[in-house]
Design a protein around this ligand. Structure first.
Ligand code: NI
Length: 262
C-alpha cells in the first residue's frame, strides 16, 4: 500500500525550476514510486487554479483551493471578489477541500485583521458548501481555535501541526484531524513528537508541505511528496506500531476526511 501526502505545493516555482521535468515530472515520479495520492494545495487564486489543472491531469492527485493568510495581504481588488473566485472552483469534482486558510502571526509586518477576515470568510464558504478545510496555524494557536469554535459545523485538518499534545487532544475531541510534516523527524522537535502520539488513531494524517520542511535525512534539500515516508516511519516508531499499519491508518483517515470513495 502506498502513502497519502495530504499537503504539498508541487506547483511551487522551486520545484518547477529545479526538479528534473518540473512539477509534472515530480508528480509522475512520486506516483510511480511510494505515493498513492497527493493533495496539491492552493494559497491564492492562481495556484488554486493550477492545483485543479494538476488534479485533472493525474488520477492520484486532488486539489485544495483557498487563500493563505500571507497571500491575502497582496490582494488589491477586495475580499468579495477574491472569495467568489475561490467559490467558483469548488464545484470541480476533484476539489476536495478549502485550503490552505488560517492565520500566520510569525512575522510582525502583517495585517492580522485582514487575515482574520479572509479566514472567517472562507470558513463561511466551507459551511455553505459542506467542505473540509485545511488550516495553516503558525504562532496563532489561540486565535485559530477561537475562529474554529465559531463554526462548529465546519471540520477539517490542522496541517503541519505545531501545537501541544493537549491542543491535539482537544482538536480530536472536537472532530478535527491533525496532520504532521517532516518536523516530527527533527531531533529536537519534542513538541510534535509528543503531539503525534497524543492524536487519536482515527484522526492522524501525514504530509510533506513540499517543497518546504524536508524531513531528516533530507534537510536543506527541496522536499518532495515521496519523503512523506520518513515522517510516517518516525510516527510509527513513536506510536509503537508497524510502518504498514501506519500507512493503512493514514490512508483511511485521509480518504474519510476528504470524502474520497475508492
Ligand atoms: Ni502549505
Amino acid at each position: 500500500m502506498k502513502l497519502f501526502d495530504t499537503h504539498a505545493h508541487c506547483d511551487d516555482e522551486r520545484i518547477e525550476k529545479e526538479y528534473k521535468n518540473g512539477t509534472e515530472g515530480l508528480i509522475t515520479d512520486c506516483l510511480g514510486a511510494n505515493i498513492g495520492n497527493i493533495v496539491n494545495i492552493g494559497t491564492n487564486y492562481k495556484n488554486s487554479k493550477r492545483s485543479v489543472e494538476l488534479a485533472e491531469k493525474f488520477d492520484g492527485v486532488y486539489a485544495a483551493v483557498g487563500i493563505h493568510p500571507s497571500d491575502c495581504q497582496a490582494i488589491d481588488y477586495g475580499a468579495e471578489r477574491a472569495i467568489s473566485e475561490i467559490e467558483e472552483l469548488l464545484s470541480h469534482p476533484k476539489v476536495i477541500a478549502i485550503g490552505e486558510i488560517g492565520l500566520d502571526y510569525h512575522y510582525d509586518d502583517t495585517d492580522r485583521e485582514r487575515q482574520l477576515l479572509y479566514f472567517r470568510l472562507q470558513m463561511e464558504l466551507a459551511k455553505k458548501y459542506g467542505m473540509t478545510v485545511i488550516i495553516h496555524d503558525r504562532d496563532a494557536h489561540g486565535d485559530c481555535m477561537e475562529v474554529v469554535r465559531e463554526f462548529p459545523e465546519v471540520k477539517g485538518i490542522f496541517h503541519s501541526f505545531s501545537g501541544s499534545a493537549e491542543m491535539a487532544r482537544e482538536l480530536c475531541k472536537m472532530g478535527w484531524y491533525v496532520s504532521f510534516s517532516g518536523t516530527v523527524t527533527f531531533k529536537n522537535a519534542l513538541k510534535p513528537k509528543e503531539a503525534c502520539v497524543a492524536v487519536d488513531e482515527d484522526k492522524i494524517l501525514v504530509e510533506t508541505d513540499s517543497p518546504y520542511l524536508p524531513p531528516v535525512p533530507h534537510r536543506g534539500e527541496i522536499n518532495v511528496p515521496s519523503y512523506v515516508e520518513f515522517t510516517a516511519r518516525e510516527i510509527a516508531k513513536l506510536r509503537g506500531i508497524s510502518f504498514d499499519e501506519m500507512v493503512r491508518i493514514t490512508n483511511e483517515n485521509a480518504k474519510r476526511v476528504f470524502g474520497i470513495k475508492e
